[in-house]
Design a protein around this ligand. Sequence first.
Ligand code: HEM
Length: 432
Amino acid sequence: MLLHFGSVPTLVVSTAKAAQEIMKTHDASTCSKPNLPIPNILFYNCKGVAFSPYGERWRQLKSIMVLKLLSNTRVKSYQKVREDEVVRMIHMLGESHGATIDMGSVFSSVANNIICRVAIGKKLDGVKHITMLRKFMELLVLFSVGNFFPWLSWVDRIVGSVGRAEKLAKEVDEFLEGIVEERINKNKGEDEDDDESDKLGEDFLDILLDVQKNNTTGFTLDRDSLKVILLEAIIGGTHTTNTSLEWAISEIIRNPRVMKKLQKEITEATQGRSMIFEEDLDKMPYLKAVIKESLRLHTLAPLLPRKTTQDITLMGYNIAAGTQVIINAWAIGRDPNSWDEPNDFRPERFLNSTMNYQGLQYEWLTFGSGRRMCPGIQFSAALLELLLANIIYKFDITLPNGIKNEDLDMSETNGITTDKKSRLLVLLSPRF
Ligand code: HEM
């Protein structure tokens, strides 16, 4: 349907067929991004990948992300970091001795530790920086009027979101600037050895500084772009992991049948070992199906914004250049024309199915599709599987205060991402 948000024509796409026309047939003419006021402030006037307009600059930055930071080989090389942090998390949870646990904050902290070690070579130190990034995320995912109704952007200023975004953007920049400067100074003091064999031990910052220094493509990676890529990775890698896992665990709690089946699969594959490592995950098809089904039901980025840069004809309708397009991935993931019993949590639908994360099946757009597709898929899949498998293997999970499984609150927030409205509080008891 075509809506008019003030002067901005907005095409809302809610079927797989129409999404395919946009994201495949007309991808090149529709993959720019509308100017979203709060992300614009938070991400250096959209100098990064996620919110920037389509063009040569975006293409260069995206290829750095895809080929240099998040390629399969790179993601594999971070295995040790993932396993290290998961062991730490399991150990910490094992000491909880019946206390109520806020799973969101546990996942958030382990995901943040992992992505920060991978991106900047160390975990965030101190409450100040952790709080800063939490506030950053809260502001980013908050429902901002200006994101959807550009002519009402002034409302964001009146309610204070713009002021808060400007203040936070400054704080985050000081933090990132400090980290980049520190690394440059450290590198200056060291003998700069370009030995290729050591390259896989590098973090994102090393790689980006290397791209900056050894500019072979004629593209200059300026300091702001370097910082915004680090920021997008840290933000992308933290919030999505914690929210996906909160939803997955919530669904598993509400479906004890799934919990039992999953524990059986994991226990058999692990053969009595005390931890699950990444090599074990290939023996766990049901685990993978549970994660996919949870990502389908709880589409993390529910409304994918795009902007047309050329006139196109879509299903017989003429769509003008400059039209804002919103792909309603949430509705597509629950469309009864594509999915049997779409509101039921049934991981079995993904067993023996050809559905994968590559964005070629338009009824399932968890990671988007086409040129704007998420570059963090391998990174996330590896992490979600490892974290979920270990939690389910090591603990029985119940709800506190006698809340029944079926009464667990599943309400969602509105905003850039679909988060759980209430915190997921649980009790964990060791299984052995
Ligand atoms: C469960 C985890 C994740 C989910 C569900 C997810 C989902 C998405 C979706 C739906 C998009 C938008 C696609 C579009 O506009 O068509 C996206 C874009 C993006 N994601 Fe992810 N993401 C996840 C993890 C990550 C991670 C770990 C990173 C980085 C380390 C990341 C970085 C990005 C970036 C930079 C973009 C912008 C791509 C572009 O505009 O070209 N994401 N993601």
